[in-house]
Design a binder for this molecule. Structure first.
Ligand SMILES: Nc1ncnc2c1ncn2[C@@H]1O[C@H](COP(=O)(O)OP(=O)(O)OP(=O)(O)O)[C@@H](O)[C@H]1O
Ligand SMILES: [Mg+2]
Length: 292
């Protein structure tokens, strides 16, 4: 019931066709007998939003952890600005310019916005320079058009969307080139989601490469340039977000469209034309349902 399409290639180009800021090639990671990631390729370019989608256990968090220096891959290469790098620790990731906003945000409820923004990197001369930190906080939040009433308010008093904004703003203080957002809208209502999606667009406008993990097809299609599907720890399709339907993405997630290796083996010369090589459109098929 599915028509095979052109294979997913190792995507080496960003939205603008420029070389990627960050590229993974052949990344594998096992935990004992569990192959969490097998031969994964992924890239993100300047001013590009790449969504990573996949079912529970597909390997999304493991991939984020490999990129953020939490897990070392067993094999494969990570290239940053064309140079092969290793990311042995979270500090190494930050030094390179890869910032990650984990799903739990890691904010301190009882501390203020400004204290959270500068936690661990307080501006010091002889003492904490609170004025300077507050000024910088305002600048940053204004740049992000964040709707936060005061930087002195404890984070406990903020909405989910405002908290996500604070966590993203915090990661920007290290001046990253790539920012990874793990489920940035998962816990948010409609309005807050819109706010965070706007914020992601502003990150893209600043020229950052954005990698966004998401379960929400509407969010993915609203903000991503490219959608990379993981299934059972493998690449299972990469799509132009403007051209793909939610059903096509869901089919790749659920396995209604096969892994590219299987697909290639079975398709002979019947591949459909890819409208935007090397980001081919997905197969046409009957959707198996939607996620969330
Ligand atoms: N530290 C670990 N030790 C052992 N197995 C792990 C570890 N981390 C992940 N795994 C396994 O690796 C696979 C991929 O898990 P991962 O958390 O990356 O999936 P995910 O796509 O993030 O799923 P979810 O949507 O549920 O968050 C799963 O089978 C998981 O059980
Ligand atoms: Mg996860």
């Amino acid at each position: 019931m599915s028509t095979p399409t052109a294979p997913v290639t190792q995507h080496q180009q960003g939205r603008t066709g420029a070389s990627p800021i960050l590229a993974l090639d052949g990344i594998s990671k096992a935990f004992g007998a569990v192959a969490a990631l097998t031969d994964i390729s992924l890239s993100v370019g300047e001013g590009e939003v790449v969504a990573i989608v996949g079912d529970n256990g597909a390997g999304k968090s493991t991939l984020v952890k490999v990129l953020s220096g939490v897990h070392a891959p067993d094999s494969g290469t990570i290239t940053f600005h064309g140079r092969e790098v290793s990311v042995p620790t979270p500090a190494a990731a930050m030094d390179l310019g890869i910032a990650t906003v984990f799903q739990d945000l890691a904010l301190c409820e009882n501390l203020s916005v400004v204290q959270n923004l500068f936690l661990g990197r307080e501006t010091r001369r002889l003492r904490l320079d609170t004025v300077q930190m507050e000024t910088r906080s305002w600048e940053l939040l204004r740049e992000l058009s964040a709707k936060i009433p005061t930087v002195r308010i404890p984070v406990a008093g903020l909405s989910g969307g405002q908290r996500q904004t604070v966590a993203i703003a915090r990661s920007l203080l290290g001046d990253p080139r790539v920012i990874i957002l793990d489920e940035p809208t998962a816990a948010l209502g409609v309005e807050q989601t819109a706010e965070v999606l706007n914020l992601i667009e502003r990150l893209r406008d600043r020229g950052l490469g954005v990698i966004m993990i998401s379960h929400n097809m509407a969010d993915v299609r609203a903000v991503a340039d490219r959608v990379a599907v993981l299934r059972l720890g493998r690449n299972n399709g990469e799509f132009d977000a403007r051209a793909v339907s939610s059903e096509e993405i869901v089919a790749a997630i659920t396995g209604a469209t096969d892994n590219v290796v299987t697909r290639r083996a079975g398709r002979g010369a019947t591949a459909a034309a890819a409208p935007h090589p090397p980001t081919p459109a997905a197969a046409h098929h009957d959707p198996e349902g939607d996620v969330r």
